[in-house]
Design a protein around this ligand. Sequence first.
Ligand code: ARG
Length: 430
Amino acid sequence: MSSQADDIDCGDPDPLLNGGVSFLSGEPNQYGSVMQYYCDEPYYSLPPGAVNVCGQPTVDFSVTQRIIGGNNAPQGSIPWQVRISGDAGGMFIADRWVLTNIDCGDPDPLLNGGVSFLSGEPNQYGSVVQYYCDEPYYSLPPGAVNVSFSCEADGKWRAVDDFGLKPICSPVCGKPRVDLLGIERIIGGDNAPQGSIPWQVRMSSGAGGMLIADRWVLTAAHVLSPNMQPRPANDIKMFWGTNAWTDFQVPNVIAASVHLHPGYNNTEHLNFDNDIALIKLPAPVTFNKFVMPICLPPEGSSLQTRTGVVSGFGLTRTVDGRYYFSDKLKYVHLPVVDPRTCTKSLDVLRRTMSDIPEESHNMFCAGLPDGKRDPCLGDSGGPFALWSNDHYWAAGITSWGIGCAQADRYGFYTRVSNYVDWIHKTMNEN
Ligand code: ARG
């Protein structure tokens, strides 16, 4: 050995991850020393020609394997098993890799709307969907422009944007798809084109009403309790979605429950104060071109100098003055009248007639000084609709009048804006 060779020191051999080095001969690390690498058997093995240890558990299944009706796996018998938070499974295929297939399943369906796939493999990890409502009859809540969900690693659909929740599609109110064509002329009224007053309800008793939500009809209390005895709900049949009541392709829905205003007390038929009632429907209505609710009065609404649309299937008059029940839905435009004029017309009537009902601040009157156009028998409970901010809202409910369409007499309507709280409370509690 040369003196030079005596000085050669290789240092420690490189360590081996999941293995080690053993010295076979010689002075450790010195010139001529021999060492051997090994792997941590049985979990790791040397590459060349080595048996792949993947899939060779060191613990055996003791029984036949099944999952539903399966057996407990002995510890170590399925050592590649991985549990991913959120109830998904996976398996080790390398020391830094887990194999899995995350499937979120179909996203929750949306009533009166749907889900569209935006990107990714449908329902798989990373796929993105978006909820929509069936426009133009339903709309997303305000502020929910883009309601997207993505399939996350835990196998669940999660909101992508700030909205955060699966939306609810709310019915669009007061925006008919069909215009009231023709000039306004019920008595002296025009036929309403199909779909122009899509909230109109007709009751089998011959009264009117209006849809205000998918399970609620608003009407007058007096048509539901002719003798202060509310008619049983299963006596009340309604239809809507048509401008001609001879049609038989219409729902004929039986009321689920009837809610008269608690302040309605009209034993003598002389007190129409609180002439308002709600009918609950047995199932939600799906809205469409011919069936749509009317909006409730906006906050702080005013009736002054306004002209509204009154509609119904009530009594109408032929040119030669004969009255008959209309089989067509009629409407008429009528101005709201100054309350002093309403009071004065009643005072004048009281001079020659008895039994004139009392006025109250829960009513307004509307009509023309020369008469001719007015709702009449059978129109009660129907809508007096006003148009503002791009929609119709229920300003009044046809309630009472002295005769029909006579000069210097006006029709009286329940002032719906005084009852918005009662309406919401009744709908929420029932
Ligand atoms: N009270 C009647 C009814 O039950 C009609 C009310 C309207 N009368 C009037 N002249 N505006 O149908």
